[in-house]
Design a protein around this ligand. Structure first.
Ligand code: AQP
Length: 325
């Protein structure tokens, strides 16, 4: 049974997405695992259509360039003909109160109301679409962080309810905690995680940034006035973040690394070079794929075909049991 993971094109992929997710998927994924670019989830707030399309392609290329089996990768919107009806069936299985309990909606809608009105219904219902993503593919495990665990619980509840009300059709998924990975922080504000949709990109190292830009961003990383290279995340969050990045890129122990540096300047140089070398091959392969449109289109079509084949029988059973279609 597959595990299902996704990445949303809410911005260009950054070093955190790469070290914390994509690289791990490529290195540690089991042969049956599935990955998708969740472009429909990127529409729940204000967005720019061309930018969404471009970032979706770029993320698809990145996943394949990172070494994930292209047959296990797809773009969410390519499954709209199946996700649409399944989402509707699930929305008619989900109570309003259940959807309204999603804490991520409460948090995001509160923030968005301040900067952008109105808050979209899509932001409210997207956990049901996420349930459809999971249930269509028959994924039994969904590796997610704490912020998404409640959504997987919803998918689990909806699958159970559908099965017990209408008949067995859906695999009941569960959230699993992914193995601990680097949590990369914003270089300009180490109190925050590195974020695709950060308003200020100065502290975000994007996978597709040119080496010189990466170096400049690392050189400007916020540290502190203590002048001591030690791994003390609470007292020296900026320095600790740089050390963690270096550890994740080199596979070395973070405390051991700290002992080798006496100045922030030297540490930053080493971090910059390690990041440049870590990202260089994947950036170059992503670029090659983006430049080879027929090949990327072929990969995308095949991924979509395989993913929709995986879901076709399940969807028709669901519709039959639900009395429609
Ligand atoms: N800073 C990070 N460090 C380590 N891992 C990270 N991930 C995200 N940020 C970091 C991991 O990347 C995967 C895909 O994430 P997503 O598309 O669901 O985006 P997100 O978690 O909401 O965070 P982003 O990338 O910063 O995007 P936005 O701007 O949309 O919030 C996940 O496995 C995530 O853990």
């Amino acid at each position: 049974m597959p595990r299902l993971s996704a990445i949303t094109p809410s911005g260009p992929a950054h070093l955190g997405n790469y070290l914390g997710a994509v690289r791990r998927w490529a290195r540690e994924g089991a042969p049956g695992d599935l990955y998708f670019v969740s472009d429909l989830h990127g529409m729940t707030g204000a967005y720019h259509p061309q930018r969404l399309r471009h970032r979706t392609r770029e993320l698809l290329a990145l996943l394949v360039a990172s070494g994930i089996d292209p047959d296990r990768v797809f773009v969410q919107s390519d499954l709209l003909p199946q996700l649409g009806p399944l989402t509707w069936v699930l929305e008619c299985t989900c109570s309003f109160g259940e959807a309204a309990r999603m804490t991520q909606f409460k948090e995001k809608s509160a923030t968005r109301e301040l900067v952008e009105t109105p808050v979209r219904v899509g932001l409210f219902t997207y956990p049901v679409l996420m349930a459809a993503d999971i249930l269509l593919q028959g994924a039994d495990e969904v590796p997610v962080g704490e912020d998404q665990a409640q959504h997987v619980e919803l998918a689990r509840a909806l699958a159970r309810r559908f099965n017990s009300t209408f008949g067995d059709a859906l695999v009941v998924p569960r959230a699993v905690t992914p193995p601990a990975a680097a949590r990369v922080r914003d270089l300009s504000d180490p109190a925050r995680k590195m974020d695709k949709s950060a308003v200020d990109a100065a502290g975000v190292l994007f996978v597709m940034d040119e080496p010189d830009l990466l170096r400049r961003k690392v050189r400007r990383a916020v540290t502190d006035g203590l002048g001591r290279v030690e791994y003390r995340p609470a007292e020296q969050p900026g320095v600790a973040n740089l050390l963690e990045v270096l550890a994740a890129c080199t596979g070395r122990d973070v405390r051991e690394i700290a002992e080798g540096f006496s100045s922030y300047g030297r540490l930053k140089e080493a971090v910059a070079e390690a990041v440049v070398e870590e990202l260089r091959p994947v950036r170059e392969r992503t670029r090659e794929l983006l430049d080879d449109q027929p090949e990327l289109d072929r990969v995308r079509r095949r991924g979509a075909e395989l993913a929709s084949e995986r879901g076709a029988h399940r969807l028709s059973t669901v519709l039959r049991l639900a009395g429609v279609g």
